[in-house]
Design a protein around this ligand. Structure first.
Ligand SMILES: *Cc1c(COP(=O)(O)O)cnc(C)c1O
Length: 448
């Protein structure tokens, strides 16, 4: 079959509100042209993020009812622990309320003044937690990963030569661990090969340093490995997943992505001493180690989500449906970051709005146009988010898991196509309110 269908049927529906162009214009003006400030109810198709926005299965909802809410030693915890042990091979499993809580605990223990933490690309909360500890975060993605038109299969790889250079420049004593983000979210959702994880592991072994995975989208990464890496095509995604985790000494996970839940996170550790210290910090700020800032029902939903995400018919649909959006945009002449990543499509706003200079926020202008024209919410990743440091002007359309059907995506394609035909009419923006930090969340704009 050529058509890859949604491998589920719909049992519960949530209406979405159709709005008139005038209603959207009002909502946009009220929000100072910042889509983070538009109420979700005024959005028709919400592609702001794939984090915590997925739909749970009937088995996950059943787990919600089964949740054991005992303070200590709840049955739900043991089910969660067993699932993660089986899936990853790690002995020590700590639940946290989300990914950044795992990061905060880890870097409070291994970070600190003068330390340097390499990664392919640090996600923004990872970088922020590292820097908060006093350490610095270094991005070492391969050069292909920085070129939106390069179609290499594993553009998320960490550059091993750059890593060796970093070890000799700053000295191993300042590097507490090496991290790899799978898939590379900040780098366009691009995958990392198994061979690259093995090569980085080898460098770590030589310098006697632990390797950690930021494993939010481990299942999407494993399926890319199955599809693209020589010799991996016949293996199960479960086996590839187990090998990826087996190469690491620890992992932080936001379960809001491939955990298929609306809230939750995990910290996985091998080292006994580090585990004890992490457990103590967990008790201090998250909760007792058998619930970690979550309810028993959340642990049930996670245990089930981590099982379902490895179903290969789900993963085939997931990657194919993201690719479908990307390929159709390319066919219309809309430049995107190629090849399509696992969880999102990134439009190159610099070429889309070639008539607008970067100072006039071409990405934000496009974000506003997609909302105005079709009620679609997307996210600027460029000048607004990174200021003068922005290397690209991108608009990210992240796809929530199991939420939208192909006809929703066809609608999105149609809206983008119509905006593209009239792209010359898009106006530049100026920022009228600029908050001191993380300005993309609350800044406001007006048209030039
Ligand atoms: C989402 C994400 C995080 C942080 O997880 P939260 O659950 O949002 O705290 C860390 N790393 C990557 C790669 C992510 O995508």
């Amino acid at each position: 079959m050529k058509t890859i269908i949604e491998p589920f049927r719909i049992k519960v529906v949530e209406p979405i509100k159709m709005t008139t162009p005038q209603e959207r214009e009002e909502a946009l003006q009220k929000a100072g042209m910042n889509l983070f400030l538009v109420p979700a109810e005024e959005v028709l198709i919400d592609l702001l993020t794939d984090s915590g926005t997925g739909a749970m299965s009937s088995e996950q909802w059943a787990g919600i009812m089964r949740g054991d809410e005992s303070y200590a030693g709840a049955k739900s915890y043991f089910r969660f622990e067993e699932r993660l042990q089986e899936m990853t091979g790690f002995d020590h499993v700590l639940p946290t309320h989300q990914g950044r809580a795992s990061e905060r605990i880890l870097f409070e223990l291994v970070g600190g003044e003068g330390k340097v933490v390499p990664n392919n690309n640090h996600f923004d909360t990872t970088r922020a937690n590292i820097e908060h500890s006093g350490a610095s975060a270094v991005d070492l993605v391969v050069d292909e990963g920085k070129n939106p038109r390069d179609r290499s299969p594993f553009k998320g790889n960490l550059d091993v030569a750059k890593l060796e250079r970093l070890f000799s420049e700053v000295g191993p004593e300042r590097i507490p661990l090496v991290m790899i983000t799978i898939t590379n979210n900040s780098g366009g959702g691009q995958p990392v090969s198994l061979q690259n994880i093995r090569d980085v592991r080898e460098v770590c072994r030589k310098h006697n340093k632990p390797l950690f995975l930021d494993a939010c989208r481990f299942a999407e990464n494993a399926y890319f490995i199955k599809l693209r890496e020589p010799g991996q095509g016949d293996r199960s995604v479960a086996a590839i997943t187990r090998e990826m985790f087996g190469l690491a000494d620890g992992a932080t996970i936001s379960a809001k992505k491939d955990g298929m839940v609306n809230i939750g996170g995990v910290l996985l550790l091998r080292d006994e001493e580090l585990y004890r210290q992490a457990q103590n910090l967990l008790i201090l700020t998250e909760g007792f180690p058998t619930y970690g800032g979550l309810a028993g029902r959340d642990l049930e939903a996670m245990a089930q989500g981590f099982e379902e995400v490895l179903h290969e018919d789900y993963l085939a649909y997931r990657l194919r449906s993201t690719e479908y959006l990307g390929v159709r945009l390319l066919d219309m002449g809309v430049q995107i970051v190629e090849p399509p990543g696992g969880h999102a499509i990134y439009i190159d706003a610099k070429s889309f709005c070639a008539h607008l200079p970067p100072e006039q926020f071409p990405g934000q202008s496009l974000v506003c146009a997609l909302y105005r024209h079709g009620g679609i919410r997307s996210c600027e990743i460029g000048r607004v988010m990174f200021g003068e440091n922005a290397t690209m002007e991108l608009v990210r359309m992240a796809i929530p898991r199991r939420v939208y059907t192909q006809s929703h995506v066809d609608y999105v394609i149609e809206v983008i196509g119509e905006v593209y035909e009239r792209r010359q009419a898009l106006k530049g923006l100026r920022m009228v309110y600029e908050p001191p930090a993380l300005r993309h969340f609350t800044a406001t704009f007006e048209e030039v």
